[in-house]
Design a protein around this ligand. Structure first.
Ligand code: GLU
Length: 298
């Protein structure tokens, strides 16, 4: 058993919890509890354009109904802008202003990163190109031959992962042209300040992890361990998300939703009679699941 374990669930309040977010929440909760650790809740409302009024409260109510209790106060990203500014200042010359439009970046045809964003060609790397005004702030990724050029990590579910930031992502945005701090910076600052040791989340964020490890390195923060759970998909294979109409959980039947998420995670369970009994069974089922993963079963 790990003696020092801090985990977290960090939903964006862009809508109610859906089957995908419940699978991520359940996995991080079970992992924290089976390790005798703390489980924190952080509301990631840094992208205010996507924040839906009342969604954060709905998420908290849903977690309660589902029998998931977090430790300590809820951290809210929109209250923490000064911390992101301070971290960005600390990055000094690693950060530079960029005045390129999305279209200009797409036109450079360097390709598209796994998250769908066009790879940045480095146009403003050595100073703003003539005629451009600073909009976003970007961080330089390592040039070939530099330290951290290739970033690898052992994912506790998916095994060894690695990414070459320069060719697969490019210099990435820390502050967006619309003035909001980017997810990549906010998540790294908050995980470090909250002392998070174990990150368990959905595989949609797998592709962000190398960027986050790189920022941790630049900021002198420790790197947590990572476990990415598979994505719940629509029947057509598309990722379930609030943006493409994922259905909210049916909180009138929490036990049913819990069992569906547990089945998705591959937990072997008998039907529980109530929510408390579900969690009692789910803890050893998660331990067995981890043993299976360690033994090499997907
Ligand atoms: N806020 C992100 C989301 O809801 C999760 C961030 C994370 O777990 O690192 O997709």
């Amino acid at each position: 058993m790990t003696t020092h374990y801090i985990g977290r669930f960090a939903p964006s309040p862009s809508g109610p919890l859906h089957a995908g977010s419940l699978a991520a929440a359940m996995a991080s909760y079970l992992d924290a509890r089976t390790h005798g650790g703390r489980w924190l809740l952080r509301i990631e409302d840094i992208d205010e354009a996507r924040t839906v009024a009342g969604a954060a409260q709905d998420i908290e109510t849903a977690l309660h109904t589902l029998g998931m209790r977090w430790d300590g106060p809820v951290l809210v990203q929109s209250h923490r802008r000064q911390h992101y500014r301070d971290a960005c200042d600390k990055l000094g010359d690693h950060v530079y202003p960029c005045g390129c439009t999305r279209k200009e970046i797409a036109d450079s045809r360097l390709g598209v990163a796994a998250d769908g964003a066009a790879i940045y060609p480095g146009t403003c790397r050595n100073g703003l190109a003539p005629g451009k005004t600073a909009g976003a702030l970007r961080v330089r990724v390592p040039d070939p031959g530099q330290e951290m050029e290739q970033i690898g990590f052992m994912d506790r579910w998916l095994g060894w992962q690695s990414q070459h930031l320069a060719s697969e992502v490019g210099d990435f945005v820390l502050k967006r042209a619309d003035g909001f701090w980017a997810y990549q910076l906010a998540v790294v600052v908050d995980d470090a300040e909250q002392g998070v040791t174990h990150i368990v989340r959905g595989a949609d964020l797998l592709d962000s992890t190398a960027r986050q490890i790189y920022l941790q390195h630049l900021l002198g923060y420790p790197t947590p361990t990572y476990l990415h759970v598979p994505l719940v998909r629509h029947t057509d294979g598309e990722k379930l998300s609030k943006q493409n109409g994922a259905q909210a959980l049916d909180l009138a039947h929490p036990l049913h939703e819990l069992h569906k998420a547990a089945a998705f995670l591959g937990l072997e369970m008998k039907t529980a009679t109530d929510v408390a009994a579900f969690w009692e069974q789910a803890l050893p089922a998660w331990r067995r699941r981890l043993e299976g993963l360690r033994a090499g079963s997907p």
